[in-house]
Ligand binder design. Structure first.
Ligand code: GLA
Length: 388
């Protein structure tokens, strides 16, 4: 396999890694200023980096031949495309956001002292599975740039930089959950994040001690309308908030549902109901975890899936089958995870039933004539860090 020294002749100065994420619960709540509870996983994107004495950023990877380059003096989202936009986009977004936090006059001044870099990317985060391979790359680049360019910034700030890169350089109107998980995650813990205040609390999960295992079932379904569907759901949420007279759905809670049902059309009402009940389920999951342990959170995961399937309508038959089969085979809770319209489901299973649940799902997919899913266990892992 190709590596850094096959492509670049600069001297290697270090390696940084950032994980993908699984969202335990709290779906589509992030861009509604709500609550999420994701964890960083033991699948990472690693970048090996060399220092250049010009102002060029050059990137290459194991998953594509060739090299992409852009000067730090010509960072322009319009000129970015493909996977390299995740890396160039972080440099651009730092330039946009740094002047304010560091009290600098302009984007140009923010990166004026920054050196160029050669960056080689490799990853064990599956692409297209809804496990945030893009955030993993953005966050690896973000922690690397912050260190090499001596930027004194917090991880929450870097998460907002990642979100800006994703929104404006990549062009996906996503929230801040994925980057927050990849930057703030810790081993055996999930990140309870308030997406309005950006207050984050890292909460121990204790899956191992409770003899539980978290399985990811990657359905390999990638719907062409995933981006369109995401944009449309976001618009429905904004419409619901406007009709209810609040800046964001975070300003409502489940007690507002009767009023919502009398004001909103059926579809908008169901979109709003998903967000309000999902926010409540995140709070209930954190409370249940603390009081009764991880073995008690299953029904909340199950209810989240039903809400996404019936109210938010972002599931697909393959995800529904993965969830129902896991539950029947002994999972204590299961749901689709991520943006929806394909991707992966998660199932929280007693370790002793892990193989039985996997086998049942594989059988059910074969019987339904669906493409064979990939099933693997994930563990909550540390967020982005320097490797060596
Ligand atoms: C995608 C987005 C996140 C979030 C989820 C849905 O992963 O990147 O910001 O909105 O979908 O919860």
């Amino acid at each position: 396999m190709t590596d850094f020294s096959d492509v670049f002749d600069t001297e290697m100065v270090g390696r940084w890694a950032a994980p993908g994420r699984v969202n335990l619960i709290g779906e589509h709540t992030d861009y509604n200023d709500g609550f999420v509870f994701p964890m960083a996983i033991d699948r990472t994107t690693t970048i090996t980096v060399g220092r250049r004495d010009d102002r060029l950023l050059r990137v290459a990877s194991t998953f594509e031949d060739g090299l992409h380059e852009m000067s730090l003096d010509a960072l322009d989202p319009e000129a970015m495309s493909g996977w390299s936009a995740y890396v160039f986009g972080i440099a651009w977004a730092l330039g946009q956001k740094l002047p304010e936090v560091l009290g600098l006059p302009s984007a140009a001044s923010a990166l004026s002292g920054a050196m160029g870099l050669d960056i080689f990317v490799e990853s064990s985060v599956p692409v297209g599975a809804g496990l945030s391979s893009s955030a993993a790359l953005e966050c690896a680049a973000a922690v690397c740039f912050a260190e090499l360019w001596s930027l004194d910034v917090t991880r929450q700030f870097l998460a907002s930089v990642g979100q800006l890169a994703e929104n404006d350089a990549v062009g996906a109107p996503t929230g801040i959950m994925d980057q927050s998980a990849s930057l703030l995650g810790q081993a055996d813990s999930a990140v309870f994040l308030d997406c309005r205040s950006l207050d984050a609390e890292v909460i121990g999960l204790g899956f191992g001690v409770a003899s539980l295992e978290l399985l990811v079932i990657d359905t390999h379904v990638e719907h062409a309308h995933a981006t369109g569907g995401y944009v449309e759901r976001r618009a429905s949420c904004e419409k619901g908030a406007a009709l209810m007279g609040v800046p964001s759905l975070r300003d409502l809670d489940v007690d507002d549902l009767p009023r919502a049902s009398s004001i909103l059309d059926d579809v908008t009402f169901r979109r709003v109901r998903h967000i309000l009940t999902e926010n409540q389920r995140v709070l209930d999951t954190v409370r249940t975890l603390r009081t009764n342990g991880p073995g008690a959170i299953g029904p909340l995961l199950d209810a989240s899936h039903v809400s996404m399937r019936d109210d938010f309508e972002i599931s697909v038959p393959e995800l529904d089958l993965a969830v129902a089969t896991s539950q029947d085979a002994g999972a204590i809770g299961a749901r689709m995870t991520g943006g929806g319209f394909g991707g992966a489901a998660i199932a929280l299973v007693p370790t002793a039933l892990r193989d039985a649940v996997s086998a049942a799902v594989l059988d059910a997919f074969a019987a339904a004539d669906y493409r064979e899913p990939t099933i693997f266990a994930v563990h909550a892992a540390d967020g982005a860090h320097r490797v060596d």
